[in-house]
Design a protein around this ligand. Structure first.
Ligand SMILES: [Zn+2]
Length: 148
């Protein structure tokens, strides 16, 4: 619950630097986040309540606020899994939040973490259907081994 002790932490991540702010309400924190994101253009700004990262939100450089995806300390990561078919480590990412250079029409990116190959999808639902690297990774199709 909001209180007079300003429980909302606002962190602006700009590559290596982190700036911290406090705000009395989530609405106030959001206003600061949007202003910073728009001003700095390249900032990823996170807002959360207290120390709970589950409340984190993403503010893009145009000021649009959306869900922040993060998993296993990876920014933009929706989920990680191991392919049942090949035993390969796989990841699903929000391409912009993960700072990938991807087709803007294919925001949701599935990655073969072994060969660092990827395939983009227009929707999260489509991306979630890609469970095996055999669907897109030449390295997996040809059984190539690489040192992880
Ligand atoms: Zn692969």
């Amino acid at each position: 619950m909001p209180s007079k002790t300003a429980p909302f932490a606002l962190l602006t991540l700009n590559m290596q630097t982190i700036s911290r702010h406090r705000a009395a309400t989530l609405a106030d924190a959001r206003r600061v986040a949007v202003k910073e994101a728009v001003t700095r253009k390249d900032a990823i700004t996170l807002v959360w309540l207290g120390s709970s990262p589950s409340k984190a939100q993403y503010v893009d450089p145009s000021g649009h606020v959306s869900t922040l995806y993060h998993h296993d300390d990876r920014l933009g990561c929706v989920e990680l899994w191991t392919s049942r078919e090949t035993g390969t480590p796989m990841g699903l990412y929000h391409g912009v939040q993960a700072r990938m250079e991807q087709d803007p029409d294919a925001l949701w990116v599935v990655v073969c973490e072994k060969h660092n190959t990827l395939v983009g999808h227009r929707t999260l639902t489509d991306a979630r259907r890609t469970r095996s690297p055999m669907d897109f990774c030449d390295g997996c199709r040809h059984g190539e081994d690489v040192d992880l």
